[in-house]
Design a protein around this ligand. Structure first.
Ligand SMILES: [Zn+2]
Length: 64
């Protein structure tokens, strides 16, 4: 109703969006919300599986 109330709401919304990030998991493609800007995976399992895939690919490339 008042300008002050609107500004407070905007600041509040900005505050929450700054604290959380909506990301896409690099492994399964699911969207997830994280506080970590550098996060790339929704779960530790996805991160582990992707790391396994990467190391396997590197080994295969090395043999070829
Ligand atoms: Zn995932």
């Amino acid at each position: 109703m008042s300008l002050c109330a609107i500004l407070k709401t905007i600041l509040l919304l900005n505050g929450t969006s700054a604290r959380t990030e909506v990301k896409l998991c690099k492994h399964c493609g699911k969207t997830f919300i994280t506080k970590n800007i550098k996060a790339e995976y929704d779960t530790i399992q996805c991160k582990n599986r992707e790391n396994i895939n990467k190391s396997r690919k590197k080994k295969n490339n090395y043999i070829e």
